[in-house]
Design a protein around this ligand. Sequence first.
Ligand SMILES: [Fe+2]
Length: 289
Amino acid sequence: MATIKDKILERLEGIDDLPPAGPQFLETQRLICDGKHDAGKVASYLEKDLALSAKVLRIANSVVYGGRYGEIGSLPQAIARLGMDEVCRLTMAVKAMAIFEKSSGVVDPMEFWHHSIAVAMVTRNIVAVSKHVNSDPGQTYIAGLMHDIGIFIMDRYFPDVYRKVRESAAAKGELVHIAEKRLLGIEHGEIGAVILEKWRFPEVIVTAVKCHNSPDEATDAALQLTQILHIADFACSAIGAGEPGDAVPQTFSLGAWHDLNIDADSLSKIVSETEEEIAKAKIMMNINK
Ligand SMILES: [Fe+2]
């Protein structure tokens, strides 16, 4: 007899109305973030998308991004103020938010993106402080943005089932991914991985998303990226920007912590910078409204 997990996987295989996020998202990432393009080329690419470029300008003019130093009105100026790396991250965050703007009512998109953008931003702090990290920062950021995309899929395609899972998690004081596994036999990391594979995301990102709640299960090739994602997720939860729906604080894998070799000083630096990054994530979301 088919299990609930089998039915979910079968339904995922048959989904034909997914947003065209994969090709568009990765194409934008290639054009904006691969470091081979100068500021002029990036500006002219962004200018073709009026909604996107307007958001980048508004973010550049926000106080947290230095807007107190005077209004800027053009994309080249915005790129000069923010730097290419930040423009890359902002662009990818705005593009990601476009995938999931409306919800079936189970998950609040604002809460969802607050967490996802915060995790993506914190991955950068981990890459910066850990002496043992050699993961690609761009790939790490994308993995952070997409790590909970399985939650969005559950909200959109299985809203009734997912509402019950969340209610049960809240009633039992359980983390959402544990309740998903208990009730459905599959959790949102695995569901997200199925979708990212459909979107042809790189294998290392697919695996990191799949295993972000259980990093010890990642393949060797994806282990470090998975561990970064896992610890960033935990840091955001600790600071109040946790996974949507979690009623209890997240736990973390000691193995991941040990392998990334993050000492106490680095941890407090990550935590304080995380607070700053979360403030930036809020700016981005408000601008996306
Ligand atoms: Fe998650």
